[in-house]
Design a protein around this ligand. Structure first.
Ligand code: FAD
Length: 515
């Protein structure tokens, strides 16, 4: 078999691969699954700025197939293996240049809900499952739901757990990486392990936020809670960044002081213009509602801010009870009173809210255009300075899409995982989710990437305490700086232990394949 793979590689190198070579590859690898007819998907991602062709795009039928492929790669001199979740990376992280790409979505539907001895409920799910499918099965079949989400759910379990998985619930429950208790992982040696906080813990914590470097996550046990029926979804407008951040921080820390709080807290900056994509019209939640700019104080600047909140409730709750609860939580907040927007929708609809935006963007041709996104974590101590220069100057004309900015809490993240964070307890996620028409109708990707660099260079020059989220670097010096000395040493040690030949996730460009 290995001889065949080597020969296959060789033939591919000389670009004289005979027809049928790919289909016989699955036989040679003894796969239960198959080889995709067209590897084009594996050469693309949501970022749309890289196109790197693999040697083959394989559809593993289960964990054994994943292990077989990785083992085969270890016996070759140069093959790498990339797990591809749903390819929603920005910078080619799920690609493998002339390597083997695994379509994790083909792993098959593994799903069951289990009750632990302590009475808690968990869902065992496939690493290749989409979160939207996990949501539907948990809610519709069991009335349960995971506690921590991402904003958009057409992402895979293994893909988000390899980064962190952040949304408006993270202030309370931590990111998705803080809400799984067990993983099944195939290491870079092709070995299959179950791991948890107490069993193979180095692999467990390494894989969480590990950028796919230590193993391929084939299963995860996700903590559940009873699912609410309904959500009151609220947006509040602020004109001053100081007021916005003070109140956002109050809301994400209120439960520490025994107080009740919202179930979801996010925020974003928007342009004080009538641009539908990132201006005032992007704020109202109900198409019947409008943003009346006459309510803005004269002092309002070119950039405004919006707190986005949600409160869960049950269908059986009386509407006056819901109103009273929400009004109590909103009491004392200093938003522009007439600029409060709200809707009541089902919990599932709320969690699938970005799907509607996806349909809209697809219809406008901006979903498939390049997306030079920038995601970062910026410490509370630097966020006001960040606002003054980045939002108010560099991005004052907007980015054609959401500019998320909201506080998170370090104490809700497990620092034993591979994720790196700023030092302070409160830090902000900043997500520049650019949606512009493809060049020449819109700006070129090069210009937008240059703008991202201007922002990160500014943060570096000012000595901000910040980290890239979904990081993307090309040199090991940059990676080392990203992790910092101690965490880098641990990252390298884990790599030596679990993937010493640097087979896995080559698209992250952290390590080079050891021949
Ligand atoms: P891929 O892009 O396919 O893979 C990402 C990396 O993980 C690659 O290096 C890949 O090799 C590796 N990988 C994939 N599967 C596995 C596995 N099973 N085991 C080990 N390694 C694996 N993130 C948030 O935190 N919050 C959000 O709200 C959010 N919203 C988003 C909205 C959109 C529209 C998009 C495009 C992205 C969003 N993201 C968000 C980012 C998202 O978490 C990342 O793109 C993540 O990589 C998940 O995408 P994926 O499943 O398609 O993984």
């Amino acid at each position: 078999m290995i001889a065949y793979v080597e020969c296959f590689v060789h033939e591919n190198d000389s670009e004289s691969r005979p027809d049928g070579g790919v289909s016989s590859l699955s036989k040679a690898l003894d796969l239960q699954g198959s080889v995709a007819d067209c590897g084009a998907d594996a050469a693309r991602d949501f970022g749309g700025m890289n196109s790197i062709s693999p040697l083959a795009f394989l559809r593993p039928a289960g964990v054994e197939d994943v292990a077989r492929v990785v083992k085969a790669a270890t016996r070759s001199s140069n093959l790498t293996v990339a797990a591809r979740g749903n390819g929603h990376s920005i910078n080619g992280q799920a690609m493998a240049n002339r390597g083997l790409v695994l379509d994790m979505r083909s792993l098959g539907e593994h799903f069951r809900v289990v009750r632990a001895r302590d009475g808690s409920f968990y869902a065992d799910v496939s690493g290749g499952a989409l979160w939207e499918d996990v949501l539907k099965r948990c809610v519709f079949e069991y009335g349960m739901a995971p506690r921590s989400w991402t904003d958009y759910l057409s992402l895979t379990v293994g893909g988000t757990l390899s980064n962190a998985g952040v949304s408006g619930q993270a202030f309370r429950y931590g990111p998705q990486t803080s809400n799984v208790t067990e993983l099944e992982v195939v290491t870079g040696k092709g070995e299959i392990f179950n791991c948890s906080e107490t069993e193979n813990s180095e692999l467990f914590f390494g894989a969480l936020g590990g950028l796919g470097q230590f193993g391929i996550i084939t299963k995860a046990r996700v903590l559940l809670q009873p699912a609410p029926d309904m959500v009151r979804w609220i947006r509040l407008v602020y004109t001053e960044f100081d007021d916005f951040t003070r109140e956002a921080e109050l809301l994400v820390t209120r439960q520490d002081h025994g107080g009740d709080s919202f179930d979801y807290v996010e925020g974003f900056a928007f342009v004080n213009s009538d641009n539908p994509a990132d201006g005032r019209p992007s704020v109202p939640l109900d198409p019947q509602e409008t943003f009346d700019a006459a309510h803005l104080p004269r002092t309002a600047g070119p950039i405004l801010y919006c707190l986005e909140l949600a409160r869960h409730y049950r269908k059986t709750d009386h509407s006056s009870t819901v109103d009273t609860g929400v009004n109590r939580l909103l009491g004392g907040l200093g938003f522009v009173e007439q600029l409060k927007f709200q809707v009541d929708i089902s919990y599932v609809e709320f969690l699938l809210r970005v799907k509607r935006a996806e349909e809209h963007a697809k219809a406008n041709g901006i979903w498939d255009a390049p997306h030079p996104w920038l995601n970062m974590f910026v410490s509370k101590s630097d966020i006001a300075d960040f606002d003054r220069t980045v939002f108010k100057k560099i991005l004052k004309d907007g980015i054609g899409g959401p500019m998320l900015v909201y506080p998170l809490r370090r104490s809700k993240w497990d620092t034993r995982t591979s994720v790196v964070l700023p030092e302070s307890e409160i830090f902000y996620i900043v997500a520049l989710l650019r949606f512009t028409p493809p060049y020449p109708k819109g700006p070129s990707s090069e210009n937008l990437v240059a703008q991202n660099q201007e922002i990160t260079q500014y943060c570096t020059k000012k000595g901000f305490d910040f980290k890239l989220y979904l990081p993307h670097y090309r040199s090991s010096e940059d990676w080392k700086r990203h992790f910092g000395n101690d965490r880098w040493s641990r990252f390298v040690e884990r790599k030596m232990c679990f993937d010493p030949m640097a087979i896995l996730a080559p698209g992250q460009k952290i390590f080079s394949r050891v021949p």
